[in-house]
Design a protein around this ligand. Structure first.
Ligand code: SF4
Length: 439
């Protein structure tokens, strides 16, 4: 038996890539090892969007070096976006002589071949952007939720973002291939599908055939599918007509992730986001009007170069007005090769930190109020399994993607009614109800 262990950093796209790597390896006779010590092959699937993820990879490599000394036949490989950055793969091979192979997102489909080659010598396989995106086997982490990639790459070139340089041009998958994958998932007992892409709303823009709204309509009609989600949406590419269309799609969940990134028009322009705070708030207002109870979540970057107190106040003003159910908040970190990294007026770390702390504390309060409004209500929960913190309880998610801890027992993958009894800013707590009570 040959054992592999995958370590994944970064976003859901990377999670999905890791599921594909696992699928390819298992087709070739490898088995998943639950821990690093048992593995004969360890692959780090890296991310380069934020400096923090990069630091984590370097830290982990220190640990792997020791493992390799104890177990010289262990194979260690690094893949993912970070390796796709200019000369980074080469530098890593030099800096970490115990690493056996390096590959990028555009050579991932040759993983088995690369692993084999690395048994006889170190391998560096990085290729420029590719337009043929082969369908790869997938070993899904969840039996009831499937990440389904619909478009790769991004052409938005937000000035702080490295993704367009490492993930390449937008290439949409053929509609029928996506629908087939969704049908297969449902036939295997799957309940939920999350359509994935760096900018899902750009789906079809490259091929000029079917657009994102049409893809959603088709997916929504797949028999047996219970929940449909998508991420990430670019607010600029989210027309009001799409919101209107979502109302007619019963499986589309009432949760929209719409990264605003900043609330100041001056900063949004410097970020090259292509919308204003007014456009964004109009979209939020329209969603609230058409989809009552919708949860809107966001991403916010604090301390973009040149951000003044007044710009930050504009961000806080949007936070107050949009009332996000939750927000992923980040300190701006310059990524080499992006325009923003070369901007003067980098904001000192202490100011960024102060603003981030303020934002997080206010957002936590708003998230708490959002959750408190659900106390006493009945929510349909998709059961994910026993709670990690206390196995006597179960964990699941509402249609609005709020995590719920509740008294069981409940079968993994089942849809159950749960009455919400209490909450904190991030989690709801409740009691499982009889199914009939839900109807
Ligand atoms: S939309 Fe902007 S932030 Fe998102 S991946 Fe593309 S360039 Fe990066």
């Amino acid at each position: 038996m040959k054992w592999y262990h995958l370590l994944t950093y970064g976003c859901q796209m990377n999670e999905l890539d890791s599921e594909k790597m696992a699928g390819m390896l298992e087709e070739n006779g490898w088995e998943k090892a639950e821990n690093l010590e048992k593995a004969d092959l360890i692959i780090l699937n890296t991310c380069c969007v934020r400096a923090k993820a990069e630091d984590k990879v370097k830290g982990k490599l220190g640990q792997l070096k020791k493992l390799k000394i104890e177990k010289p036949d262990l194979l260690i490989g690094i893949g993912g976006c970070m390796m796709q950055q200019e000369n980074v793969g080469q530098k890593f091979l030099q800096q970490f002589p115990f690493v056996d192979f390096i590959f990028g997102p555009h050579t991932m489909d040759r993983l088995n071949e690369i692993v084999e080659k690395s048994c006889t010598g170190r391998v560096l396989e990085i290729e420029a952007d590719r337009f043929d995106v082969p369908r790869l086997p997938i070993k899904r982490e969840s039996s009831f939720r499937a990440w389904v990639s619909i478009i790769k790459g991004c052409e938005n070139f937000c000035s702080y973002c490295i993704v367009p340089y490492v993930r390449g041009r937008e290439v949409s998958r053929p509609l029928e291939e996506i629908i087939d994958e969704v049908k297969e998932h449902v036939e295997n007992g799957g309940k939920e599908v999350v359509l994935l892409g760096q900018n899902v709303n750009a789906y079809g823009r490259d091929s000029g055939r079917v657009d994102f709204a049409r893809l959603l309509e088709r997916t929504d009609r797949v028999p047996g599918l219970e929940r449909l989600r998508f991420m990430t949406s670019h607010p600029r590419d989210f027309p009001l007509e799409l919101v209107q269309a979502l109302v007619e799609m019963p499986r589309v969940c009432e949760h929209l992730h719409l990264p605003i990134q900043a609330g100041s028009n001056r900063i949004l322009q410097k970020m090259n986001r292509g919308y204003t705070r007014e456009d964004y708030l109009k979209l939020v207002e329209f969603i609230r009007e058409k989809i009552p109870g919708a949860s809107i979540t966001t991403d916010i970057i604090v301390g973009f170069p040149g951000e003044t107190d007044s710009d930050f106040a504009d961000t806080m003003d949007v936070v107050e007005k949009a009332r996000f159910a939750s927000a992923f908040t980040f300190l701006y970190s310059p990524r080499e090769g992006t325009p923003a990294a070369r901007y003067s007026e980098q904001v000192p770390h202490s100011i960024k930190r102060k603003r981030l702390d303020y934002l997080m504390s206010r957002q936590n309060q708003i998230s708490l109020e959002y959750n408190q409004a659900l106390i006493g209500k009945m929510e349909e929960v998709l059961v994910e399994g026993p709670s990690k913190k206390d196995s006597e309880f179960y964990m699941g998610r509402t249609r609005t993607n709020r995590p719920v801890i509740f008294s069981g027992p409940a079968e993994k993958g089942a849809l159950k009614p749960v009455k919400i009894t209490s909450c904190n800013a991030h989690t709801l707590y409740g009691d499982l109800q009889e199914d009939s009570a839900h109807e």
